[in-house]
Design a protein around this ligand. Sequence first.
Ligand code: UFG
Length: 340
Amino acid sequence: MAILVTGGLGYIGSHTVVELLNNNFEVVIVDDLSNSEKFILKNIEEITGKKPAFYPFDLKRKELLTQVFDAYSIEGCINFAAYKAVGESQEKPIDYYENNLFSLINILQEFKTRGLSNFIFSSSCTVYGQADEMPIDENTPLKMPESVYGKTKQMGEEILIDFAKAYNRKVSLLRYFNPIGAHPSSKLGELPIGVPNNLVPYVMQTAAGIREKLSVWGNDYPTVDGTAVRDYIYVVDLAKAHVAALKRLLSNQSEESTIDIYNLGTGTGSSVLEVVKAFETANNVEVPYKICDRREGDITVAYANANKAEKELNWKSETSLEEALRTTWEWQKYLNSRNN
Ligand code: UFG
């Protein structure tokens, strides 16, 4: 019995593959390497001493996907494969809808016809938009996200809910807050293509001298220091939540449909400047920054109430912001050593 992990060489996917292998799951990775690199597979093997099956193709190629389902006894899927750049999604909406939704539907067609269940979907706290109250729990009303990227996440959730209900299958929708950090081995981490959009990769590259200065997008928000607040969750903790969610689905014997929904965050909000300071303290480096205007589309504050995940998955975030940011810096050093 194997778990299909799409996008398994990507940032969260690769960390989750390691946790699955450490928990003795057989893993089959499909990843088209559009936002990942082949050396990550070798590094997964070095970390775990195990060799997951790997197929480099685009999930829109349905005939290749069918061959994978023919070749393995798949008992579940964790679907990470998706485009994820918020800004780019506004410029290339059709590419985002095509990639993120067609790939999902192709997998679900296989699941439907083969009677398979246990599907875990990478969702995002973006489905809540700017929530009226903090912290955000799973009953917080959803708002149609502003970005096309966010819309593909909300549509993906709807598709899975309909799939579960119509065919009595089990699905888990995991709403990530802001994932950060790298594997403690320094062999896995986020590989930003070009100029990073996200805060922590930009901080990392600024500290490394690749970028001159971090632009802090706005210091006039009604927050502790005027900069926007997010819930930064350590990627290894996040990866472990996937294993817990999968085990819960697998042990659920119900013949009825199951739709598990979890917010995955730390429960604590940190401002942009708090993240900068924590990075500097954790790594004893300087992060030059300048204050700029707000970034369009940004919300003021988002942090999770992750009590449901703690109660039902027996999972909670264990790693401090500083520790997560220490692993980020170690990862940058590893990337530097690869480039030299
Ligand atoms: N920020 C800066 N400077 C930068 C980058 C970011 O000040 O160079 C600030 C942003 O304005 C924001 C905070 O840092 O206040 C976090 O920004 P990120 O881009 O790292 O993360 P977001 O919260 O904007 O976006 C993340 C994910 C998206 C997801 C969204 C849901 O990257 O995939 O959360 O809220 F859709």
